[in-house]
Design a protein around this ligand. Structure first.
Ligand code: 5AD
Ligand code: SF4
Ligand code: FES
Length: 353
């Protein structure tokens, strides 16, 4: 039965995205869960997320960190604070630390390279970077310093929608994120990407093409989450148009599970997180359902409590009051509750022979 869900065409993928009935969807969940078990197994690898700076020079139409959001208080963590968080990751048994920030020009090539070297030598953890669109020389220097992986969501494969929601940097043309992802792979990084689900103007057909592009890029990591409106942004204040009636993808929990499951089937070996944005729509068990429908990764937050609320890419984000220890306890219990086990080791991309 499940083999029928391999190698879905664009039309079949779109049909699943539009499927309203629970019965057939049960089949989709089961196929994705079986593919996950066969390829990446029962371990749930943990990536300790450190939101190192909320400064950003860009003006993405969806994101609360955009430079034009003048009401947000900005912070950049000190190197020793960040290294202390990485040590905490190690103590909690996380295999990876993810260093995430806006596109912050205050994060210089050398400062970051030093930080990466410190974390690698002191903890031995895998280091994932999520620092936006940076010069190739920066990316090369950070890889040289020991960074293992890089996350850069392409957000949508529709060029017009992309240009609308992701205006170019000062003096530049619209970025080509798929090209940057290929560059990251050529530098020896494991490359991660993903999209938001239900961006105003996103059609079912374009979302099906997003999933096809995940496969074409042979991504090592794929993170997807619902778009959550932020009132301080153009997309959150409804000033950008929706797709025509019947074509607009809703930014729902159910749609997120469909994309997680279809992504697992399209890219069986990828590491796929059950995301914080999904948890934000369903705090009670969104992450567990993601893990049962194709995902194999969780990203517990390690950011010091004083900064958490300031990393407000969207409102009411899960875990902004909790400490790193709270999140560790919580995540571990959630993994056990569905009879899975916390991963051991770096949890890098597995490749079948
Ligand atoms: N809702 C959901 N996800 C968002 N992101 C940014 N803004 C929002 C939002 N309003 C996601 C983007 C970005 C990642 C770091 O966070 O996909 O790549
Ligand atoms: Fe900056 Fe990233 Fe937010 Fe865009 S999505 S405004 S680059 S933090
Ligand atoms: Fe942060 Fe549950 S993971 S409180």
């Amino acid at each position: 039965m499940h083999t029928m869900l391999n190698n879905l065409s664009l039309a079949e993928t779109e049909r699943w995205l539009r499927e309203p009935d629970e019965k057939p969807l049960e089949e989709l969940w089961a196929a994705a869960d079986a593919a996950r078990r066969d390829t990446v197994g029962d371990a749930v690898h943990l990536r300790g997320l450190i939101e190192i700076s909320n400064c950003c020079t860009r003006n993405c139409a969806y994101c609360g960190l955009r430079v034009e959001n003048k009401t947000l208080k900005r912070y950049r963590m000190e190197k020793d604070e960040i290294v202390a968080c990485a040590h905490q990751a190690k103590q909690f048994g996380y295999g990876t630390t993810v260093l995430q920030a806006g596109e912050d020009v205050g994060i210089s090539r050398e400062w970051m390279a030093d930080l990466i070297r410190a974390i690698k030598s002191e903890t031995g953890l895998a280091v994932t970077l999520s620092l936006g669109e940076r010069d190739e020389a920066d990316l090369a220097a950070w890889r040289e310093a020991g960074a293992d992986r890089y996350l850069l969501r392409f957000e949508t494969s529709d060029p017009e929608l992309y240009a609308r929601i992701h205006p170019p940097a000062q003096g530049k043309t619209v970025s080509d994120r798929p090209a940057i992802l290929r560059q990251l792979k050529a530098l020896g990084y494991e490359a991660g990407s993903g999209v938001m689900i239900g961006i105003p103007g996103q059609t079912y057909a374009s979302l099906a093409r997003d999933i096809a592009l995940f496969r074409e890029l042979d991504l090592d990591m794929i993170g997807v989450g619902p778009f959550i409106a932020h009132p301080g942004t153009p997309l959150g204040s409804q000033s950008l148009p929706s797709a025509p009636e019947g074509e607009q993808v809703p930014n729902t929990e159910l749609m997120t599970y469909k994309v997680v499951a279809l992504t697992r089937l399209a890219c069986p070996e990828a590491n796929i997180p059950s995301t914080t944005a999904l948890a934000t729509l369903n705090l009670a068990n969104g992450r567990e359902l993601g893990l049962l429908r194709g995902a194999n990764i969780l990203m517990p937050n390690l950011t010091p409590v004083d900064y958490r609320a300031l990393y407000e890419i969207y409102p009411a984000k899960a875990c902004i009051q909790e400490t790193a220890r709270d999140c560790n306890t919580c995540i571990t219990a959630r993994i056990r509750s569905i009879n899975r086990t916390p991963g051991v080791g770096h949890g890098g991309r597995k490749r079948s022979a």
